[in-house]
Design a protein. Structure first.
Length: 360
């Protein structure tokens, strides 16, 4: 069993560790982690590891953490009813050779991991979906699914909330870290609504990429925020950069209708520009809360059906420009992690990692 471990109090320190393969007991199954995507979203899981308990999904030795990833695994052993050896499932995985799970509520649409240490954590991360019955699955888009599916779910919920709150019409929506995949997916969905004006805020180096996407009406770099027209607008923040946030709030002040804090791609600048902000205080967007709300109103299947319907056109469009960088083995995982952590990945690229199969 191999694990990729990150030092919890210094995210730049990481190592690859070996240990005996886990043994499963009655009621458990053993997933062999096959492949996963790695973007700034995974770095956010590490940055928020303590605060939002992301380290608790896949516990590691003292002081170290296993950064959660989204990807595919194969059921290598099963002592659990309704979970077949050989099934390929999509879900939340550690960057490790294996994940032992305690499958519950297993049926043709998958199972949840009822491991006791996960019980108090948000249920949106507990489900494992077999490819055979998964409405998102297509064998030829596995790479895009690993990279963008969880982000797209969030983007769908952002688009849905803005519409629900009457903010997706008329007044502009400013999206910071406009080159991030989550921002791009949200902008893609919003751009399909009638009368929505989208402004992408990004680093000067990523401005031409953002412009070239053709989904934002305007692209403004972080150093030109004061050129934005002073009029009512909504701010959707994927950057979490204190300096950018303060610049937007100071420039627009009470013209800001709503400030939605979604991400922290600029994780090292989170604390910059502190103190009380002009205009409305940022409201934290937490996808699992919206999942609960819409699941109650539409049913879980109703929500998933709507997201799946919106997913396929996005997946097709993204396939036209996104280049996946394929890496194999734990050294490649470490290299990709450090590249993403340091913001060295070109926005039109994204990492997909495959782990070695000890029983090919
Ligand atoms: N709240 C929720 O429920 C939720 C759910 C899903 C995702 N999110 C968040 O949304 C954010 C976007 O995730 P993603 O996976 O879509 O990102 P991504 O595509 O990997 O983002 C890449 C972009 O982020 C910026 N960036 C990345 N690393 C940086 C660094 N070290 N320093 C400065 N800028 C950096 C750059 O954009 P710019 O130049 O345009 O700034 C870069 O083009 C994450 O923080 C993620 O956690 C939140």
């Amino acid at each position: 069993m191999t694990d990729f471990l990150v030092k919890r109090n210094d995210l730049r320190e990481c190592r690859i560790a070996e240990s005996p393969a886990p043994q499963i007991e009655a009621g458990q199954a053993l997933l062999r982690v096959d492949s996963f995507g790695l973007t700034a979203n995974n770095v956010t899981y590490a940055v928020m590891g303590e605060t939002m308990s992301y380290w608790d999904f896949f516990p590691a030795e003292d002081g170290w953490g296993r950064v959660p990833m989204w990807g595919f695994a194969e059921v290598e052993q099963s002592e659990a009813d309704g979970v077949e050896v050989g099934a390929r499932v999509f879900g939340y995985l550690p960057p490790s050779s294996y994940l032992p799970v305690v499958p519950a509520a297993a049926d043709e649409s998958g199972f949840v991991d009822a491991s006791p240490h996960r019980a108090a954590l948000p249920s949106a991360y507990h489900r494992y979906l077999p490819t055979g019955s998964d409405r998102f699955y297509r064998a030829d888009t596995e790479g895009i699914q690993m990279l963008l599916r969880p982000l797209f779910f969030t983007s769908f919920l952002i688009d849905d909330q803005l519409d629900d709150d009457g903010l997706a019409k008329g007044d502009p929506i400013l999206i910071a870290s406009a080159s991030s995949k989550t921002a791009i997916a949200a902008a893609f969905l919003l751009s399909r609504r009638e009368g929505v004006e989208l402004v992408g805020l990004t680093s000067p180096g990523n401005a031409s990429f953002v412009e070239g996407l053709g989904i934002y009406d305007r692209t403004v770099s972080y150093d030109a925020i004061e050129t934005l027209e002073r009029r009512p607008a909504t701010f959707v923040d994927m950057a979490g950069d204190g300096g950018v946030r303060r610049a937007v709030h100071s420039h627009l002040g009470d013209d800001l209708i709503h400030s939605m804090a979604v991400g922290i791609t600029h994780w090292e600048d989170l604390g910059a520009g502190g103190g009380e902000l002009p205009g409305p205080q940022p409201a934290f967007f937490f996808a699992p809360d919206r999942v609960s709300k819409r699941s109650e109103e539409w049913g879980r299947a109703g929500l998933e059906g709507r997201v799946a319907e919106a997913w396929h056109p996005f997946c097709e469009w993204t396939g036209g420009w996104l280049e996946t960088i394929r890496g194999e083995g734990f050294d490649a995982v470490r290299d990709a992690y450090l590249d993403v952590l340091e913001g060295r990945v070109d926005p039109k690229h994204a990492h997909v990692l495959t782990l070695p199969n000890p029983h090919p």
